[in-house]
Design a protein around this ligand. Structure first.
Ligand code: 6PG
Length: 245
């Protein structure tokens, strides 16, 4: 079961996501003392991060107990224009003056990506308590959806889609002629909440297929297999992205 929010584009879309995110952080920190958040990369979340930075500046304690992780990272240095870490630092974590102790970067620049993936899995296990069967339970994973129906760096026809025994892997993406680091389904699907943020008409046709009730259609896209075992799945769509639903 998933909750689909369809919102006017632009400010209303961003504001709703930020209000819900702020509320989720406040509630969880009040009851558990901390909040573990995996950030999405790409362009869609940037406007959300910019607004969250403003909210953090208005209410400095809002994100002080949030541990920040990344759902995936490109194989570039942290200061590279393509870095998901750089995008989040510039739009949110830097302006909000988040403590470096709470910022847990994926080492996309590593020479040995398999080692970097294992190191990141150990880091998550260190900072994020597990719920059942020892898999860390992130409080919230933010995800985007690519035009090909990928999410994080779980791309169609790539090996990471089949991983069941690791939480973070190196993934060869031949269609982009690159490698990525990415969280895997076991970790993402153990989260308490998973939110997709999808905006723009370019995503509309693909979104209709990904959310199709026909499993043979939907199952061709990695997004379809984001299905939290006991957590909540929410789609935040703007009206343009939802125009074909
Ligand atoms: C990345 C993201 C990726 C992204 C989608 C959507 O590293 O690029 O993790 O999964 O969320 O490609 O990207 P846009 O928001 O730019 O459309």
């Amino acid at each position: 079961m998933c909750d689909i929010q369809i919102l006017p584009p632009g400010r209303t879309f961003i504001e709703r996501i930020c209000q819900d995110l702020s509320l989720a952080i406040q509630r969880t920190v009040a009851s558990h003392g901390c909040f573990s958040l995996a950030l999405a990369g790409g362009s869609t979340p940037r406007a959300v991060y910019l607004r969250m930075a403003q909210l953090c500046q208005e209410t400095p304690q809002l994100c002080q107990a949030v541990d920040f992780f990344w759902g995936d990272e490109r194989t570039v240095p942290p200061d590279h224009p393509d870095s998901n870490y750089r995008m989040a630092m510039e739009s949110w974590l830097g302006p909000a003056m988040i403590s470096p102790d709470r910022i847990h970067r994926m080492a996309g620049e590593a020479k040995d990506l398999a080692v970097a993936a294992g190191d990141y899995e150990r880091l998550i296990r260190k900072h994020v308590p597990g719920r059942e069967n020892g898999v860390p339970t992130l409080d919230l994973v933010l995800l985007g959806m690519g035009d090909d129906g990928h999410t994080a760096s779980l791309f169609p026809m790539t090996e990471a889609l089949c991983v069941t025994d690791r939480l973070v892997v190196e993934n060869h993406v031949p269609q982009l002629r690159t490698h990525r680091l990415t969280m895997t389904y076991p970790l993402i699907n153990h989260a308490r909440q998973v939110w997709f943020l999808v905006s723009g008409s370019s995503k509309a046709m693909r979104l209709r297929e990904v959310l199709s009730p026909d499993p043979t259609t939907a199952a061709t896209y990695p997004c379809h297999f984001i299905d939290p075992t006991s957590g909540q799945l929410k789609w935040y769509l703007d009206e343009a992205a939802a125009e074909c639903l």
